[in-house]
Write a protein of this length. Structure first.
Ligand code: SF4
Length: 456
């Protein structure tokens, strides 16, 4: 969705160059990064740039990076290597790196890829127009990384990806320092936006036709704890639930230690809050949870899930699991499988542990051999595939409300939409349904999505 953008003073300078300028953004990682890319696109549009998918046409290419997994970081450098010929063909091209890898590696990015022109941090997004001007005017690279505040990028300047769904940042950063995670180092400590500011943004989104919002934060459950007199996260949900025009409210991510009964009752009582939650448990053994510094036990996690299932009928739960954390024994891993069996998650995201430069020093136990890690990863997925397939069978014949999003990427003859529980459903239907709610009866349950037919 191209929202109306304000023109900065540099806009006119961009135009007098006599040539239309183009940008291309490549985004890695989580929804927070996707949302940051919307802000970046908005700022560049305000400067007179247009989006392009044709890389040789681009005047600026921005890699918005993720450093949660080692693989994501490796991908950034391999992609930068592939961009080098573009830079050689067009020396005026500005190659920029932002996001968590930029925040964590700072100047080291240019040591590995000296042809990068601009490196900017997660808190520097709003300075992008100025940084670009400096790089162009002074013909020298620029690195700008600051820390410790929410990027105040003007929300009116976003180029949103959807006309009816939107992300809304409610807080940034994390205070938890899980031993495998770089987020507190690259996104800083927790900073919440005021509930008035968030409510104003959501009202404006509703006025623009947005029907579904996803509230973003590294740890939404501790929303407001850094602000005097602010409402709690469940209080914020209650406030947003009253905004006319918004039909669905989602949020990510929740930390099990801060996940409380207040939020469970909010999920039960607030009609627009979708009955779906992502609640990462990471490991089933208390030894490993302690080594990860997660600050909850397996028993506490299972108790909270039980209360959630009893209180919120039909709730679907997804999770994150780390396999082969250093020191993980066969018994520890068996306990992870046991949590999977007890909870029956509708979906999981799992990773084999990899060392992260900023946090790995806290982990003393020996790393597991790759073959052992891979074998455990495969056993985990065998079990989860079986659980998912059994759950999906129980959905056949059920009528579900979907928000219709687009034509299917894999089968353009079908529409796709998402249920309140965030299930992807493919079904035959007319283009006019896109952006609207429809009732679909589930006819088939696949591994990653469902199939259905419209109910009239
Ligand atoms: S809670 Fe742990 S895993 Fe989540 S962002 Fe914070 S440090 Fe990282």
């Amino acid at each position: 969705m191209q929202t109306k953008t304000k023109k900065s003073p540099y806009f006119y300078a961009t135009k007098v160059l006599g040539k239309r300028m183009y940008y291309h953004i490549i985004t890695f990682g989580c929804q927070m990064n996707e949302h940051d890319s919307e802000k970046i696109a908005g700022l560049l549009s305000g400067e007179g740039y247009r989006a392009t998918d044709d890389l040789p046409q681009a005047d600026i290419i921005i890699l918005n990076t993720c450093s949660v997994r080692d693989k994501a970081e490796q991908k950034v450098f391999s992609l930068l290597g592939r961009m080098k010929p573009l830079k050689e063909q067009n020396p005026a091209l500005i190659l920029a790196v932002c996001g968590c890898v930029a925040q964590g590696m700072k100047g080291k990015i240019r040591q590995r890829a000296p042809y990068v022109d601009l490196v900017f941090g997660t808190q520097n997004i709003e300075n992008l127009p100025l940084l670009l001007q400096e790089v162009r005017a002074k013909h020298r690279p620029r690195i700008e990384i600051i820390e410790g505040r929410i990027s105040p990028t003007d929300r009116h300047n976003l180029v949103r990806q959807s006309n009816f769904k939107a992300w809304v940042t409610i807080m940034e950063g994390c205070n938890n320092f899980c031993t495998y995670c770089v987020v507190p180092y690259v996104r800083g400590r927790e900073r919440s936006r005021s509930n008035r500011e968030i409510a104003t943004e959501v009202r404006e989104l509703a006025d623009q036709g947005i029907q579904e919002i996803t509230l973003l934060g590294q740890n939404v459950n501790s929303y407001g704890s850094d602000l005097a007199g602010e409402v709690s996260f469940s209080g914020l949900l209650a406030l947003l639930n009253n905004i006319p025009g918004i039909e669905r409210i989602r949020f990510v991510t929740s930390h099990p230690k801060d996940f409380n009964s207040g939020l469970i009752y909010a999920l039960r009582d607030l009609d627009k809050v979708c009955e779906q939650i992502h609640l990462p448990f990471q490991a089933g053994s208390n030894n490993i949870l302690s080594a990860m510094n997660r600050r909850y036990t397996r028993e506490e996690y299972l108790e909270k899930v039980q209360l959630l299932r009893e209180t919120v009928p039909g709730v679907e739960i997804s999770t994150d699991v780390i396999v082969a954390f250093p020191g993980e024994t066969e018994e520890d891993f068996t306990q992870t499988l046991d949590v999977l069996k007890q909870v029956c998650f509708e979906s999981i995201f799992s990773f084999i542990y990899s060392d992260r430069p900023l946090s790995q020093s806290k982990i003393k136990a020996p790393r597991l051999p790759y073959q052992t890690s891979l074998a455990r990863f495969e056993r985990l997925w065998q079990l989860q595939n079986q659980i998912t397939s059994e759950i999906n069978q129980t959905l056949i014949g059920k009528k579900m409300e979907v928000l219709v999003e687009e034509f299917s990427k894999t089968d353009p003859g079908l529409l796709t939409g998402r249920t309140r529980t965030n299930r992807l459903v493919h079904f035959a239907g007319d283009k006019s349904l896109i952006g609207r709610f429809a009732d679909v009866e589930i006819t088939e349950g696949g591994k990653h999505s469902l199939r259905g037919q419209l109910v009239f």
